[in-house]
Structures are given as C-alpha cells and as structure tokens.
Design a protein around this ligand. Structure first.
Ligand code: NAD
Ligand code: IPM
Ligand code: MN
Length: 354
C-alpha cells in the first residue's frame, strides 16, 4: 500500500486549528479509500519557536523536510515577530528553497458559498490563478541606505528572469490546453517598462507554441476591476508573484471569503516536496477562539490529493465542501453559521461516507 509521508507545519495563530481539521479529513479519506496511508510528522516551527530559539526553523530545516512527499502548512506570522522576519524565515524560504515556482490558486465559487457580487452565478466565477512563486517582486533584493538620516533610501528590486517567466507561463499554457480553457496574462507593461514588458514578450513568444489556446491580456488595474465587474472573462490566469498575491485575496473575496481559498506551491518536477496551504494568514483577530473556517485548509488537502494523482478523491473533497455549503447546517461564523472550527471536519467526513 502507498504511504504518503507528510511534513506538517501548523505554524501560528489559526494555523494549528485549521490544520487539525485538514489532517482529520485526509486521514479519514485514506481510511475510506483503503488504498493508501498517510503519516504525519509535525514540525513546531513558527513565531513561538522563534521567540524561544531566535530562528523560525532550524538551520537544516530544508534538509529535514526534503524527503517528504508533501508539506502541509497552516499559517506563518504573528504580532510580536516582525512579518518580514517570520515570513522570510519560513514560508518564503521553503517556497524558494524547494523551487516551488508554481502557486496554483483556484478561484471557484461553489454552490452555497456567499458572493458579494450582484448578478453572478457559480459558473461565472471559475478560474485558476497560476502565480509565479519564486522571483519577481518577491526576490527580496535590495538595500537600505543612510538609515536614520534625511537621505534615507530603500531599494527593492524585482527579478524577472527568462527562465523564471518562461517556466510559469508555459505551465499555464499547458494547463489551459489540457483543460480546453482560455489563458489570461495579467501584467503592467504600461508602467513597468522593463520587467512587465519582458513578461508580455515571453507570454506572446510561448503563445506561438499553443496556437489553439485562446488568450487575452490585461493590465493588473483593469484585471482587478474585471474580477469584480465581469469575472467570467477569466479561466486560467497567469501573473507575477505580487500581482498573484493581491489578485487571489480579491479572488477569495468574490468566491466565498478567505476561509475557502486554498493554494498549492508546486515544484512540478518533483525534485523537492510541494507545499499545500490555505492562502489566508494566521488571523490573530480570531485565533484561539474556534472561529476559524478550516475549509480552505481542507480544500488544500484536495489539491494535495490531486498532486498525488488521486484527482478522483480531490474532486470528492470539493464536492463534499459544496454539499456542506448547500446544506448550511454546519458552517463557521464567516459563512453565516454558528459551528466551531472543530465541527467542520467530522461534518465533511460524514458527507464523504454517504
Ligand atoms: P489574514 O489572512 O490572516 O486575515 C485577514 C482577515 O481574514 C482577518 O479578518 C481574518 O480573521 C480573516 N480570516 C482569515 N482566515 C480566515 C479563516 N480561515 N476563517 C475565518 N476568517 C479568516 O491576513 P492578515 O491579517 O493580513 O495577516 C495576519 C498574519 O498572517 C500576518 O503576520 C501576515 O504576515 C500573515 N500571513 C501569512 C500567510 C501565510 O502563512 N500563508 C498568508 C497571509 C498572511
Ligand atoms: C500568501 C501570503 C504570503 C505571500 C505572505 C505571507 C508572504 O500573503 O501566501 O498569499 O505574499 O505570498
Ligand atoms: Mn497573500
């Protein structure tokens, strides 16, 4: 029997609450399926670990994670540790260190999920955002000059490499081709005359290899407007690291909220483990109260199952989430219910067993 070894970094704030639910669902599915086992190894890394040890994870953290089939991550960052320290010491280190250059973020309005937009149906909001995840605006190259003086300067340089742009854009074309969907590139060539013009050129160049994939391109400002005014324009979307970050919180807002938005950080070559996580943060405002919605974390379990080649099970998890939303019996507060975080996984498993 296949055994999947999963490294769990529950992390900070609501991370441990939602990850507990996701693990329960994954273990329950393994049991129902009978065809594979899962084994979790917990890593207590995060802000508390930092306050104790002075680092977000041990120096050999990546080596410790390297042999796993997947990483399941909750959230990183908490008041008390500066965000740039906590995130660059853990989440971003893993994304970069394991060359997880694809960040796959579905923006799909399930039936029963709340949507703040007027006159849209579920079919209208059904996209996958392919976010570049290894460089771009997040390369974190820069400097501070003359700190504390009137001449103080901060420099932050984006890095757009041909290799980096080509591989994410090609991945998105392949996905659009495989699914028979259109591909939209979102950039900002009118103002960012080096990086984004380069991106646009590569999008056009690679497009020649995919004459059957219908394409469009938008500036990120117009794209944000269309996410709200006319989301059905978008099917597969490819964009840079920062634009993808911002657009997928907007995507979450139109597709049920932060409690439903999942993301997979993929190393498609499988040279390194890929990482699955809800896209939300540690939500300090609701942490420790049982208010967190674990459906995003559960949805990222579906993405993990897809990545393991069990798309059949991944789809069943999404279908179970949809049933839960439609039945409205067991939902957390953000979705208009009164259930606590820990009640969601058992409800999902009950649906899966029907
Ligand atoms: P956030 O996503 O944590 O919270 C934004 C809002 O959404 C809050 O009102 C929160 O209560 C709500 N929310 C988020 N997830 C929810 C859930 N599952 N159920 C119900 N409501 C939910 O963003 P933030 O407040 O900007 O960031 C808080 C911390 O998390 C910061 O340290 C930030 O750097 C970090 N962060 C980490 C990640 C990550 O680990 N992937 C992602 C985003 C932010
Ligand atoms: C996300 C988060 C991270 C990002 C932060 C916490 C660094 O917002 O996963 O969307 O910007 O990628
Ligand atoms: Mn984000």
């Amino acid at each position: 029997m296949d055994k999947y070894r999963i490294a769990v970094i529950a992390g900070d704030g609501i991370g441990p609450e939602v990850i507990a639910a996701g693990k329960q669902v994954l273990s329950g599915i393994a049991e129902l399926d009978g065809g594979f086992e899962v084994e979790y190894t917990e890593f207590p890394w995060g802000c508390e670990y930092y306050l104790d040890k002075g680092e977000m994870m041990p120096e050999d953290g990546l080596e410790q994670l390297e042999g796993f089939d997947a990483i399941y991550l909750g959230a990183v960052g908490y008041p008390g540790v500066p965000d740039h320290v906590s995130l660059s010491g853990l989440l971003l280190k893993i994304r970069r260190g394991f060359d997880e250059y694809i960040n796959l973020r579905p923006v799909k309005l399930l039936r029963g999920a709340p949507c703040p937009l007027a006159d849209v149906s579920c079919e209208d909001i059904d996209m996958v955002v392919v976010r570049e995840n290894s460089e771009g605006e997040y390369a974190n190259v820069g400097a501070r000059l003359y700190p504390g003086t009137e001449q103080e300067v901060a420099l932050q340089t984006s890095v757009f490499s041909r290799h980096g742009c080509e591989r994410v854009i090609r991945y998105a074309y392949e996905l659009a081709k495989a699914e028979g969907k259109s591909l939209t590139s979102i950039s900002k060539g009118n103002a960012l005359g080096y990086s984004m013009v380069f991106w646009d050129e590569i999008f056009a160049e690679i497009g020649k290899e995919y004459p059957d994939v219908p394409t469009q391109k938008f500036m990120v400002d117009a794209a944000s407007m269309f996410f709200v005014k006319d989301p059905k324009r978008f099917q597969i979307v490819v964009t840079s690291n920062l634009f993808g970050d911002i657009l997928t919180d907007l995507g979450a807002a139109i597709a049920g909220g932060m409690g439903l938005a999942a993301g997979a950080n993929l190393n498609p070559e499988r040279k390194f483990p890929s990482m699955f996580e809800p896209i939300h943060g540690s939500a300090p405002d609701i942490a420790g109260q049982g208010l967190a919605n674990p459906l995003a974390a559960i949805w990222s379990v579906a993405q993990m199952l897809d990545f393991f080649g069990r798309e059949d099970l991944g789809s069943r998890v999404i279908a179970a989430i949809e049933t839960l939303l439609l039945e409205k019996r067991v939902l957390t507060q953000d979705l208009g219910g009164t259930a606590k975080t820990h009640e969601i996984a058992p409800a999902i498993l009950e649906i899966l067993k029907r």
